[in-house]
Design a binder for this molecule. Sequence first.
Ligand SMILES: CC(C)(COP(=O)(O)OP(=O)(O)OC[C@H]1O[C@@H](n2cnc3c(N)ncnc32)[C@H](O)[C@@H]1OP(=O)(O)O)[C@@H](O)C(=O)NCCC(=O)NCCS
Length: 164
Amino acid sequence: MIANDVKLGEGVVIHHRDLVNLYGCVIGDGTRIGTFVEIQKGASVGVNCKISSHSFICEGVIIGDEVFVGHGVMFINDNYPKAVTEHGELQTEQDWSVIETRVGRGASLGTNSTILGGITIGDNALVGAGAVVTSDVPEYAVVGGVPARVIGDSRERGQQEGVL
Ligand SMILES: CC(C)(COP(=O)(O)OP(=O)(O)OC[C@H]1O[C@@H](n2cnc3c(N)ncnc32)[C@H](O)[C@@H]1OP(=O)(O)O)[C@@H](O)C(=O)NCCC(=O)NCCS
């Protein structure tokens, strides 16, 4: 479902509108969104991005233009989550605060990567499949592993040659 408060840009492509969950978010012009994607309130996605199936983009995530988000990419906006308060009551929005995460223009996030809260991923960086990103990624860096470490430079391989 796509809630009425979603700001959808021109030419956004969502083939299965009944198989996504978008609410309170902003989606830039020309962006494509696959099935089983959830994008929460307060998140924004730039223009001409590709968001592949099963990815979760939570509140506090700001994605730049021309970003590739692979399948099953998970963002985090609370690094120390709790279900209940110290008094045992279910937490409300007043009991925790969102941590912001940014993804730079032209970056690519590999399948099943997890991006911890508060991270900045630089322009044109490439996050390897299965990586857990726990610290900022410099622009053009290729990172991989758990925790993710720099393993290359996206100018040398990959994006220009169409690896993704
Ligand atoms: C990270 C990635 C870009 C590296 O590609 P590459 O530059 O061609 O690297 P190579 O395959 O030559 O591997 C280089 C080294 O990195 C390691 N490596 C490659 N991918 C890795 C990954 N995802 N996580 C951890 N290490 C990885 C290799 O094991 C190799 O290590 P070694 O030198 O110790 O043997 C690529 O493997 C990847 O994960 N791409 C994302 C693909 C994806 O998710 N696409 C989504 C759409 S289908």
